[in-house]
Design a protein around this ligand. Sequence first.
Ligand code: ZN
Length: 183
Amino acid sequence: MAILDVLTYPDPFLARVAEPVKIIDNKIKKLVDDMAETMYDAPGIGLAATQVGELKRIMVIDVSEDKSQLRVFINPEIIKKEGAAVNEEGCLSVPGFYDKVERAETVMVTALDRDGQRFTINASGMLAVCIQHEIDHLDGRVFVEYLSPLKSNRIKNKLVKRQRELEREAELAQPRQRIAARA
Ligand code: ZN
């Protein structure tokens, strides 16, 4: 297994729509396993394939406290939504920012598991929030897009600035690494 790089908002890749998975082969299973490892390592409670640069309709979720209930959703579809609830959300692609988002309170979702078996669940609470958040990623949407333009622009600008700083630091660190490698 491997830990994958998670794209940071506003990377344009995060706005793309993922394609359904046609065959669950070993490559897809490896992606699922790597996504789970990446999610647990972060640590996060959910991760969509789009966030690791794969336009495939796959997401992994574990909202349990002891991180023992991995749920894999391949080609997920919401077939019923009920009620409305406001919850604070965060995102591995939007590090350091949290805000309130209104979504359906309960959702009925059908998907394939890692073995290609179809399952349908009724989700509420944190699981319902997470399912809707991750399906949004598969449709090219990030939670900050639900916030006011003022808030979402502030988040975008801060993340762009932080990204530039990280790139500059990496550039500065490079010559030193080269010297160290030669020593
Ligand atoms: Zn997210």
